[in-house]
Design a protein around this ligand. Structure first.
Ligand SMILES: Nc1ncnc2c1ncn2[C@@H]1O[C@H](COP(=O)(O)OP(=O)(O)OP(=O)(O)O)[C@@H](O)[C@H]1O
Ligand SMILES: [Mg+2]
Length: 288
C-alpha cells in the first residue's frame, strides 16, 4: 500500500518534471523563434529593391539573364562591366523605362507591372540621372526643376520654386537658376539634372554613368554632389567606372557581363580579390 502510494507520487513527480521541462523548452524556443521572425521581418522591411529571377529580351536577344539583387535602404551599389553587358538596361528596368518579361522587380513593396498607374507610382519612388543630362534646352534651369513638380505632383508654383531653389543650393548652383542649360558647363548641367531628380523626393536614386560624358575637370564636382547625397543616406544604384568613387562610397560592387551578374562583393574584396576570370580581365583593363 505504502509502496503503491510512493510509486504514484514518484510517477506524478516525473510527470510534473516532464511537463514543466517541456513547457520551459517550448517557452525558450518560442522566444528564439519569435526573435528570428522579428529579425526576418526587420530584414525584409529594410529591403527597398528586390529583383528575383528577372529576364529581359529585346526580340530574340536575351539581354538580361536571371538577375537577382536585393538592395537595402541607404545601401549604395555600384554596377560596372563592359560595354553592352546590360547595365543601362538593368537600371532602366528598375525605373520602368524598360519592360522585363520574366521574374519580379519590387520597389518599396510595389511590384512592377506594365500598368500606367503602377509606372507612375514607381517613378515617384525612383529618380534617375542619365549620362546626357536630358534637360529641356528651351526652359530655364528653374523651369526644368519645377516642371515635373507642377505637372506630375500638382505642387503650387511658389512651393515648387522654393523646393527647386533648395536643391539648386544643395548642388551649389543656385545662382544659375535663370539661365538656360546651353549656358552651363557639362558638370553644372549634370548637377542640375541631379537637383531636378531630388525635387521629386525619391527614395532611391539611379545613376547611369553620370560622369562619363564630362570633361575630366568636371567629374569631381559631380562626384562630390553624389558623395554628399550618399552622406545624407540616399539609397543609390550607380552605373559607373569611377573606381575611386566605388571604393569610397559603395557598400557593394556588382560586375555584369553578357547580361548576367557574374560577381558581387564589398569594394575591398572586389578590387583586391576578384574571383571571376572575366572580372579580373575587366579590372586589369580599366585600372591600368
Ligand atoms: N532598344 C534596344 N533594342 C535592341 N537592343 C538593345 C536596345 N537597347 C540596348 N540593346 C542592346 O542590349 C545590350 C545591352 O545594352 P546596354 O545599353 O544595357 O549595355 P551597357 O552595359 O549599358 O553598355 P554601355 O557601357 O556601352 O553603356 C547591347 O547589346 C545593346 O546593343
Ligand atoms: Mg549603358
Amino acid at each position: 500500500m505504502l509502496y503503491n502510494s510512493c510509486q504514484e507520487i514518484d510517477n506524478f513527480l516525473n510527470y510534473l518534471l516532464f511537463t514543466v521541462s517541456t513547457a520551459f523548452y517550448e517557452f525558450i524556443n518560442f522566444g528564439k523563434n519569435n526573435e528570428k521572425k522579428k529579425e526576418e521581418d526587420k530584414k525584409s522591411k529594410d529591403i527597398i529593391i528586390l529583383i528575383k529571377n528577372m529576364h529581359k529580351w529585346y526580340g530574340d536577344f536575351h539581354v538580361l539573364k536571371n538577375i537577382n539583387i536585393s538592395v537595402k535602404k541607404k545601401e549604395r551599389i555600384v554596377i560596372c562591366g563592359p560595354s553592352g553587358s546590360g547595365k543601362s538596361t538593368l537600371i532602366r528596368c528598375i525605373n520602368s523605362l524598360e519592360e522585363h518579361q520574366r521574374g519580379d522587380i519590387i520597389v518599396d513593396g510595389i511590384k512592377l507591372t506594365n500598368d500606367l498607374k503602377n509606372i507612375e507610382q514607381i517613378r515617384t519612388e525612383v529618380g534617375m540621372v542619365f549620362q546626357h543630362f536630358n534637360l529641356f534646352p528651351h526652359l530655364t534651369i528653374l523651369e526644368n526643376l519645377t516642371l515635373g513638380q507642377i505637372w506630375a505632383r500638382k505642387t503650387p508654383r511658389k512651393e515648387a520654386d522654393e523646393i527647386a531653389m533648395y536643391f539648386l543650393e544643395k548642388v551649389h548652383i543656385a545662382e544659375h537658376a535663370p539661365k538656360f542649360p546651353g549656358q552651363l558647363s557639362g558638370g553644372q548641367q549634370q548637377r542640375v539634372a541631379i537637383a531636378r531628380s531630388l525635387c521629386m523626393k525619391p527614395n532611391v536614386m539611379l545613376f547611369d554613368e553620370p560622369t562619363s560624358a564630362l570633361d575630366p575637370e568636371m567629374v569631381k564636382e559631380v562626384l562630390d554632389v553624389m558623395i554628399s547625397l550618399a552622406r545624407d543616406g540616399m539609397t543609390m544604384i550607380v552605373v559607373s567606372h569611377e573606381m575611386g568613387f566605388a571604393k569610397s562610397v559603395a557598400h557593394r560592387v556588382l560586375f555584369m557581363d553578357d547580361g548576367e551578374i557574374l560577381e558581387q562583393n564589398t569594394p575591398e574584396n572586389f578590387f583586391e580579390n576578384p574571383q571571376n576570370e572575366r572580372t579580373k580581365l575587366f579590372l586589369s583593363q580599366i585600372l591600368d
